[in-house]
Design a protein around this ligand. Structure first.
Ligand code: IFM
Length: 462
C-alpha cells in the first residue's frame, strides 16, 4: 500500500473491550455487570467460561501498552467498564476504577498512542438491569449521567470517544435471540432497546458538548486530525443470494433490520419505513419506533464528529417464509470462512464504506473493528504462530480500505479486532481474534506472525 493514497494523520490501531480483557471483576469496588450474571447462568457461555480472569489486563496494562508500542500502533481503542466506574450504574465515580483508566490513558499518551475510548461495550451494571435495563428509558438517562461524569474527568486527555458499540448486536443478540446478556427473547423489547440505545447515544453526545472536560481539551488539541465523539455500528454487507425478486426484497429487509434501522435515524432523522412494515405485520413494532417523538429523533440525530464502522463479513440473503420476523435468512457462507463461520469478503468492506459515504454522511469514518478468529495454537517447539490466514484477511481488508480512500471516502483510521486473544462472549475463550496470543493459564502474551506483519505494515506507511 502506498503512502500517498491515505490521508495525512490516518490512524492504524487495534481494539479491545473492558469485559473481554480486563478480568479483575471483583477488584477495587467494581460492581456486577450483566455479563457476570449471564456467565454464571449454566448453559449460556461455552465451557462455562467468564470474564472473571480474561487477560488480567487490569493488572497487566503496562505490559500490554508495551506490546502496542512494539507494534507501533498510532491508536488504541478500548472501553471503559461502567460497573467499574459506577458500581450501581449511578452516583459518584468510583475513584479506584477511574484511577485505573487514568493510568492507562497516561501511559498511552506517554507512548504517543492516541486513545479512543468506548463508553459502553455491553457490560451494563446489573443494578440497572434489575430495573429493566435498556428496555427502561431511565437507563439512557443514567448512561448520559455516567458519560458526563467520565467526560469531566477524562475528556481533556482522551481525544476520541465512542458512545455505544454495536447497538444492533445488543438489541438483537441480547434481547431478541437471547444469545448474549441479558439473554432475553422478545423481539418487541429488542426494538425498544434499539430506540433507547440510540437515544442514549444522542444524550451522551449532548453531555459531551456540555462537559467542561471537552472544553478544556478544545484548544489544547487543535493540531490533532480527528477528535470528538461518535458511535460504532456493526455494518456487515447484506446482499441477495440470487437475482430472484423475493431474495432481493429479503436482502433489503435484512439490510433494513441490521443496518438502516440505525443509520437512518442517526443521519436522516427517521426510521426506515420499509422495515417498520414487516415488523408491524409480525406484531412486534413498538410505538417508540412506529410513532417516535420528534424531540427524541432530534436527540438521536445529534451531529457527531465521526462514525465508527465494525465490519467482518457479508450475508447472502434469501426469502425464507420460516423466518417469522423478516421472511429472510442468510445462506451458508462461501469459503474461505473464519473460525466464527464468517465468510472472508473484503469487497464488502469497500461497499459498506462507499455506501455510507454516498448515502449517509461525509463526516470522518473509522473502521473501528475488523479482524478474524482462527484456531491458533502455540507450537510446542517455541516456533512462531504462523497465522497466515489472519494476515490474508487483514491485508485484503486493508487494501479495500485504501481503495475506498482513493474513491474519495473520508476514512481516517483502521483498528484491528483484536489486539489480543480474549473472552469472545458466548463463545468463551474458544475463539481467538488476537494479533497477540494469550495463554489463559499463564497469561503469557506471544506475538503471532500477524502482529509482526501489522508492525511492519505500519512502519511501511510512515
Ligand atoms: O468480540 C466482538 C466485539 O466485542 C464486538 N464486535 C465483534 C467482535 C467479534 O465477535
Amino acid at each position: 500500500m502506498s503512502h500517498t493514497t491515505l490521508p495525512p494523520g490516518f490512524l492504524w490501531g487495534a481494539a479491545t473491550s473492558a469485559y473481554q480483557i480486563e478480568g479483575a471483576t471483583q477488584a477495587d469496588g467494581r460492581g456486577v455487570s450483566i455479563w457476570d450474571t449471564f456467565c454464571s447462568t449454566p448453559g449460556k457461555v461455552l465451557g462455562g467460561h467468564s470474564g472473571e480472569q480474561a487477560c488480567r489486563h487490569y493488572f497487566r496494562y503496562a505490559e500490554d501498552v508495551g506490546i502496542m508500542r512494539e507494534l507501533g500502533l498510532d491508536s488504541y481503542r478500548f472501553s471503559l467498564a461502567w460497573p467499574r466506574l459506577m458500581p450501581d450504574g449511578r452516583g459518584k465515580l468510583n475513584s479506584k476504577g477511574l484511577d485505573f483508566y487514568k493510568r492507562l490513558v497516561g501511559l498511552l499518551l506517554e507512548s504517543e498512542i492516541r486513545p479512543m475510548a468506548t463508553l459502553y461495550h455491553w457490560d451494563l451494571p446489573q443494578a440497572l438491569q434489575d430495573k429493566g435495563g435498556w428496555a427502561n428509558i431511565d437507563t439512557a438517562k443514567r448512561f448520559a449521567d455516567y458519560c458526563f461524569a467520565v467526560f469531566e474527568e477524562l475528556a481533556d486527555v482522551v481525544p476520541m470517544w465512542i458512545t455505544i458499540n454495536e447497538p444492533a448486536v445488543i438489541a438483537v443478540l441480547g434481547h431478541m435471540s437471547g444469545e448474549m446478556a441479558p439473554g432475553h427473547r422478545d423481539a418487541r423489547e429488542g426494538l425498544i432497546v434499539a430506540h433507547h440505545l440510540l437515544l442514549a447515544h444522542g444524550m451522551a453526545v449532548r453531555a459531551f458538548r456540555d462537559s467542561s472536560g471537552r472544553k478544556r481539551a478544545a484548544g489544547a488539541d487543535a493540531s490533532q486530525p480527528v477528535k470528538g465523539i461518535g458511535i460504532a455500528l456493526s455494518i456487515n454487507h447484506q446482499e441477495p443470494a440470487t437475482d430472484d425478486a423475493r431474495d432481493i426484497s429479503a436482502a433489503k429487509r435484512a439490510d433494513g433490520f441490521w443496518n438502516r434501522l440505525y443509520l437512518d435515524p442517526l443521519f436522516r432523522g427517521h426510521y426506515p419505513e420499509d422495515i417498520l412494515e414487516p415488523l408491524a405485520q409480525a406484531g412486534v413494532l413498538p410505538d417508540a419506533l412506529a410513532k417516535p417523538r420528534p424531540e427524541e429523533m432530534q436527540m438521536i440525530g445529534q451531529e457527531t464528529d465521526f462514525l465508527g464502522i465494525n465490519y467482518y463479513t457479508r450475508n447472502q440473503v434469501v426469502w425464507d417464509p420460516a423466518d417469522r420476523l423478516l421472511n429472510a435468512s442468510a445462506v451458508a457462507p462461501r469459503p474461505p470462512v473464519t473460525a466464527m463461520g464468517w465468510e472472508v469478503y473484503p469487497e464488502g468492506l469497500f461497499k459498506v464504506l462507499k455506501r455510507v459515504s454516498d448515502d449517509y454522511t461525509k463526516i470522518p469514518l473509522f473502521i473501528t473493528e475488523n479482524g478474524a478468529a482462527f484456531d491458533d495454537s502455540l507450537p510446542p517447539d517455541g516456533a512462531i504462530i504462523d497465522d497466515g490466514s489472519r494476515i490474508d484477511y487483514l491485508s485484503s481488508h486493508v487494501s479495500a480500505a485504501r481503495r475506498v480512500c482513493e474513491c474519495g471516502v473520508n476514512l481516517k483510521g483502521y483498528y484491528v479486532w483484536s489486539l489480543m486473544d480474549n473472552f469472545e462472549w458466548a463463545q468463551g475463550y474458544s475463539k481467538r481474534f488476537g494479533l497477540v496470543h494469550v495463554d489463559f493459564q499463564t497469561q503469557q502474551r506471544t506475538l503471532k506472525r500477524s502482529a509482526l506483519w501489522y508492525r511492519d505494515f505500519i512502519t511501511s506507511q510512515r
